[in-house]
Design a protein around this ligand. Sequence first.
Ligand SMILES: CC(C)(COP(=O)(O)OP(=O)(O)OC[C@H]1O[C@@H](n2cnc3c(N)ncnc32)[C@H](O)[C@@H]1OP(=O)(O)O)[C@@H](O)C(=O)NCCC(=O)NCCS
Length: 170
Amino acid sequence: MQELTLVIPTTEHKEDAWAFRQEFIDNGEPKIYGSGGLIKAADYESWLTKVINQQTTAEPGKVTSTTYFAVADGRIVGTVQVRHELNEFLLRAGGNIGYSVRPSERRKGYAARMLALALQKCKELGMKKALVTCRKDNIASARTIQKCGGVLENEVVVDNKIIQRYWIKI
Ligand SMILES: CC(C)(COP(=O)(O)OP(=O)(O)OC[C@H]1O[C@@H](n2cnc3c(N)ncnc32)[C@H](O)[C@@H]1OP(=O)(O)O)[C@@H](O)C(=O)NCCC(=O)NCCS
């Protein structure tokens, strides 16, 4: 099995990060979950500055967070964001952890491994449990959360979509 690590983005990732972003665009996905808005970024440098700042300074209405690249064999296979605490929105629907796997790297088991690594980061932050949520119709994400020990608390409706809220003990 390929080694998988979570790394803090640096300028070195520029080319691969932009190719990673393009794959989501080419796949018709409007959002890259757990990426701190990479798809909306005007350029890599401004995105990098933003996500590094988010580690220590919360933007209005947000909490501090750490955004990671999941890297296997020197290639970015996913993004994961750990939100350091829960505000009202995150407690209701967003959760502590968001993630995406690059379209060409899906169905290889990366998501569950990324979530497990993110839970380790939560532990290092002193968290005892993490809230992880997904749309009910996102079978792959629900399976990923369940594989990492997620216990379904309830389902809520947000913007006409059913969101499942799972807690994972760390
Ligand atoms: C959800 C996502 C992260 C899963 O990533 P992945 O690396 O392909 O997932 P894995 O290979 O680890 O598979 C996890 C489980 O889901 C299943 N699965 C994966 N893709 C599936 C699909 N399209 N349909 C049904 N099941 C699927 C796998 O079989 C596996 O279950 P199993 O272990 O019981 O066999 C990925 O599809 C993705 O990035 N989607 C877009 C962004 C997103 O939805 N992020 C989560 C927001 S909550």
